[in-house]
Design a protein around this ligand. Structure first.
Ligand code: ACO
Ligand code: OAA
Length: 374
């Protein structure tokens, strides 16, 4: 086997197509959606505006946003047949498997019959994902058959109310909204590339998204926010974090929530969610988990020059809002659905089946020896 880095393993550094949707790490850092800096969007737009931007290429006017939100709000409830399926999934199932099944099953009930329905299918999934996650969670964990509609205006607020059964604070609504914006789109990351490969065969939207969910599930990708949470909860103090992490590195373990395939200097989403994590820590009057997280960040930079990616401070931020760890990656799904669907639409608009080649490193040509002689 040749050296992974020299051989271009993981297609690193190779262009696999064009996109108008996003730039990532152009100068070591930096993230833009359709030309807008992500920090500008996080400060001055809502997640629904970002979803509209990714699907339409432009930010909405006031009237367009109002119409879009009305459309989304009307589609939040789930069909009874889907609720019945979600009720069958046990409490110890992984919620990403629930999301995958929920997406796939909805595709059976409301198929995307042809590509003129692509926006309809994408918006339906966007509106329904919080309920798919929370309906299953509340039924399997609390035995409650929740109402899948709420009076919350934003998707983030809607999710929090479904989960906690009470009206979220203004600050929690804002943090959810920012989080959904930060996770919305990221060029040809592994899950989006999965969706584009699937789209390139002219498959349907639900298949593209179902495949992408499976790819996001892994701890080297979206699953890192859960893995980071599991790790920081094991540390008793900032000093302990540094000792434990040194031991992990000595054992050649990966530290989840650090490093990135594209950014070389920093992940611009980190500073934004870190700021909110700190505010949430102060709001709830216990900064110990935030302090431990900061110690992890300092240690990884000092010892390995590795920086936090988007996932690391999302862990503590979600924790401070009372979100169970196992739902962290499904929230990523609720957001990244917008990027996936936008890429599916872009792929379809100028399609050629994605089919790279492989360098063959197997046996020389040989003949089949009859089974009795092997
Ligand atoms: C939203 C997202 O999906 S962001 C990514 C979320 N994933 C994680 O946080 C998982 C932890 N991080 C990682 O596994 C990696 O950094 C990835 C998967 C994100 C990127 O992988 P790659 O592009 O292959 O990493 P890269 O080639 O830059 O690694 C360089 C070196 O740093 C090491 N390294 C990279 N990240 C880490 C880490 N988190 N912990 C310890 N070592 C690391 C690699 O093992 C490699 O070491 P080596 O030269 O001795 O082999
Ligand atoms: O781009 C990547 O490889 C991973 C990532 O940060 C994301 O998908 O948000």
């Amino acid at each position: 086997m040749v050296d992974k880095k020299l051989s271009g393993a993981g297609l690193r550094g190779q262009s696999a197509g064009e996109t108008k949707l996003c730039t990532v790490g152009k100068s070591g850092s930096g993230l833009t959606y359709c030309g807008y800096d992500v920090s500008d969007l996080a400060d001055n737009a809502t997640f629904e505006e970002v979803a509209y931007l990714l699907f339409n290429g432009e930010l909405p006017s006031q009237a367009q946003l109002a119409a879009y939100k009305t459309e989304l709000t009307a589609q939040r409830d789930l069909p009874d047949a889907l609720k019945a399926v979600l009720k069958l999934i046990p409490a110890d199932a992984h919620p990403m498997d629930v999301m995958r099944t929920g997406c796939s099953f909805l595709g059976n009930l409301e198929p995307e019959v042809d590509f003129t329905q692509q926006n309809k299918a994408a918006n339906r999934l966007l509106a329904a994902f919080p309920a798919i996650m929370c309906y299953w969670y509340r039924y399997s964990h609390d035995g409650v058959d929740i109402d899948c509609t709420t009076d919350e205006d934003s998707l983030g607020g809607h999710f929090l109310k479904l989960l906690h059964g009470k009206t979220p604070s203004e600050m929690h609504r804002k943090v959810m909204d920012v989080s959904l914006i930060l996770y919305a789109e990221h060029e040809f990351n592994a899950s989006t590339f999965t969706a584009r490969v699937c789209a390139s065969t002219l498959s349907d939207m639900y298949s593209c998204v179902t495949g992408a969910i499976g790819t996001l599930r892994g701890p080297l990708h979206g699953g890192a926010n859960e893995a980071a949470m599991d790790m920081i909860q094991k540390f008793s103090s900032p000093a302990d974090a540094k000792v434990q992490m040194a031991l992990m590195l000595a054992r050649k373990e990966k530290i989840m929530g650090f490093g990135h395939a594209i950014y070389s200097e920093s992940d611009p989403r980190n500073v934004i969610i870190k700021t909110w994590s700190e505010k949430l820590a102060h709001e709830q009057g216990d900064t110990s988990l935030y302090d431990i997280s900061v110690a992890c960040e300092e240690f990884m930079w000092d010892t390995k020059k590795l920086f936090c990616n988007a996932d690391f401070f999302h862990a503590s931020a979600y924790y401070f809002m009372g979100i169970p760890t196992k739902l962290f990656t499904p929230i990523f799904v609720c957001s990244r659905l917008t990027g996936w669907a936008a890429h599916v639409m872009e792929q379809r608009s100028n399609n050629r089946i994605i089919r790279p080649s492989a360098d063959y490193v197997g046996s020389e040509p040989r003949k089949v020896v009859p089974i009795s002689q092997r």
